[in-house]
Design a protein around this ligand. Structure first.
Ligand SMILES: CC(C)(COP(=O)(O)OP(=O)(O)OC[C@H]1O[C@@H](n2cnc3c(N)ncnc32)[C@H](O)[C@@H]1OP(=O)(O)O)[C@@H](O)C(=O)NCCC(=O)NCCS
Length: 244
């Protein structure tokens, strides 16, 4: 790992610990990993071998998968879960969480994180780590993920950070809503309408109805924390969203 990468990961880890407080039941676990066979073996317990579908994948993909699952098991353990669910890969790549629990996984260039919580009043959770996009990537991706008005909203942060933040917030929203929507939906199906940098919160309003439970106008708040070269977002979906 180069010095630059190590610094980026230090920053992302610090950002994870600066996320605004969540609901009391939520637990988080993170792990730095390196791409090598020893790490892969250490992260893969006998009761949950890598899925067959990954047997032909490159080592990087196998290690990041194993690191994400390691964090998921640890987050579940911190919730009080004592079972040995294998956290299989479900439909549309979503992890299969044990009955009564929700969770989410992200991995990014050597850092993996997972959050988990008993289902309770939450209907889904989502977490996402991203390194800040280079300027040319941000420029080309922005029109596909955000309306002109959204692009204005966070312009003061600089277009690279703001585009990365909107992208990540919407990925966290996707992960949090997936268990109750059950299909892919588009980045423009949710629109950033409010940004509170001091609180570390961005509000996303659904621009379309995604399912009976997720209707146009629902507002979902996404927590975030910025690092020097990246950021983390986290979305907790509840039965009754903030507003319609
Ligand atoms: C699924 C997706 C959000 C993953 O994000 P990513 O930045 O590529 O990668 P991350 O490391 O942050 O997250 C990957 C993890 O997300 C989880 N994930 C994948 N598909 C998922 C789904 N359908 N539901 C919930 N979690 C999912 C998995 O745990 C995956 O890791 P794994 O494959 O090792 O198990 C992204 O690839 C995607 O398909 N986005 C399109 C849909 C979308 O975001 N729409 C925006 C709506 S506003």
């Amino acid at each position: 790992m180069s010095l630059d990468t190590a610094c980026e990961l230090d920053g992302l880890e610090a950002a994870l610990s600066r996320l605004p407080p969540a609901c009391a039941a939520l637990r988080q676990a993170s792990l730095r990993y390196t791409i090598d066979e020893t790490m892969l073996t250490a992260l893969t317990p006998p009761h949950a071998p890598l899925p067959e579908a990954l047997s032909g994948a490159v080592l990087k993909r196998r290690v990041e998968f194993a690191a994400g699952r390691w964090c998921a098991r640890e987050a579940l353990r911190r919730c009080g879960y004592t079972g040995t669910a294998d956290l299989a890969v479900g439909r549309h790549r979503a992890p299969c969480w044990p009955g009564g629990y929700l969770g989410s996984i992200s991995h990014c260039h050597g850092l993996a994180v997972a959050i988990a919580a008993p289902a309770g009043s939450l209907t889904g959770v989502g977490i996402d780590l991203e390194l800040t996009m280079p300027a040319d990537t941000a420029r080309s991706i922005a029109p596909h993920i955000a309306t002109a008005r959204e692009r204005e909203l966070g312009a003061a942060l600089g277009s690279e950070i703001w585009t990365t933040l909107v992208f990540s917030a919407k990925e966290s929203l996707f992960k949090a809503l997936y268990p109750t929507v059950g299909r892919y939906f588009e980045f423009l199906d949710a629109v950033a309408e409010d940004l509170d940098p001091d609180r570390g919160e961005i509000s996303l309003r659904l621009a379309t109805t995604l399912s009976d439970r997720h209707r146009q106008g629902d507002v979902h708040r996404v927590a975030f924390a910025l690092a020097d070269k990246g950021l983390v977002t986290r979305c907790l979906a509840r039965e009754a969203p903030a507003a319609r």
